[in-house]
Design a protein around this ligand. Structure first.
Ligand SMILES: O=C(O)CCC(=O)C(=O)O
Ligand SMILES: [Mn+2]
Length: 294
């Protein structure tokens, strides 16, 4: 059973009392429409509680039953936007894909490197989403400048993360190449992201016994959702996605009550092909372009 004693860093009652109105209550009642109304001035979708130009509205999406910090926003993009994103990603030229042993990926904005990233222009079809994320103010006023797109077929997952060449296959941290906030938009399928205590730490169960179970919690990540991870869930607890074709809903899923769908414990969800757009800020960048062939 998940330890529900954690409280999120943000107290939603205090932070967002000014936003509590019809929309807020609707989201918590999970009656969000899949074709959201639009903000007429900014062409930003108003999804559930989250008027996307209102940075502090994100606090309403804090998942409190986890260590700090998780925000989960169902229906962050519309079905039409999801469809167009899938079309753009899957029609990218072949050299744009990096094929790994168990999945393939695309880097946009450059290739993060310990010595710095040579910045490349992010195409308009992705800028729409980096701008939308930027408006949430998650990177201390800096703009997201990198998008990693992972494609997972059913049965594929992720252990080693950004360092696929690491010899040890194990859950990973996203590391110091990035500003320590990760934002992920999902398209095409749900997945379950699992978090683990660091290896070689002593984990004590709710009954006070040392246990070998290093699994901390899971998050159900629905298509079209936005997931934001910071603080201990960025720096301390490792994450992974199991290589399975279906996921079972369990009481370890910490954000179940915030999900758009209605799920029951024991229910099996069949995975489809999933694209994740991991949108981050890479602090060490250079605008220098390498001139090839000279
Ligand atoms: O696909 C995801 O949601 C997670 C991807 C990930 O952990 C990574 O690329 O480091
Ligand atoms: Mn990762």
């Amino acid at each position: 059973m998940l330890d529900r004693s954690w409280t999120g860093r943000l107290n939603i009652d205090k932070v967002n009392s000014h936003l509590r109105g019809g929309r807020v209550e609707n989201h918590l009642g999970k009656t969000t429409s899949s074709s959201p109304e639009r903000d007429s001035n900014l062409d930003l979708p108003v999804v559930g509680i989250l008027a996307l130009h209102e940075t502090s509205a994100l606090a309403n999406c804090a998942i409190e039953a986890t260590p700090p910090t998780v925000f989960y926003v169902p229906e962050f993009i519309t079905e039409e936007e999801e469809k167009r994103l899938i079309e753009q990603v899957t029609s990218a030229p072949k050299p744009k894909w990096t094929q790994l042993a168990h999945r393939r990926l695309q880097n946009w904005g450059g290739i993060p490197h310990p010595k710095g990233m040579i910045a490349e222009k992010i195409p308009d079809w992705l800028l729409k989403y980096t701008h939308r994320i930027e408006s949430l103010g998650l990177f201390e006023g800096k703009a997201p400048n990198h998008v990693l797109i992972n494609e997972y077929l059913p049965g594929q997952g992720i252990l080693n993360g950004y360092n696929p060449s690491s010899p040890v296959l194990q859950p990973h941290l996203d590391g110091s190449l990035f500003y320590p906030t990760v934002t992920t938009i999902s398209c095409g399928s749900h997945t379950v992201l699992e978090f683990h205590h660091p290896p070689h730490t002593e984990v004590v169960s709710a009954q006070g016994e040392v246990t070998s179970d290093h699994n901390l919690l899971s998050l159900l990540v629905e298509p079209r959702s936005l997931l934001v991870l910071q603080d201990d869930l960025y720096h301390k607890y490792l994450h992974s996605i199991a290589e399975v074709t279906q996921d079972t809903i369990t009481d370890r899923i910490a954000n179940l009550e915030s999900c758009q769908g209605c799920y029951t414990i024991g229910q099996c969800l069949q995975r489809q092909t999933r694209l994740s757009l991991t949108i981050r800020h890479v602090p060490r960048t250079s605008k220098l372009q390498i001139k090839l062939g000279r």
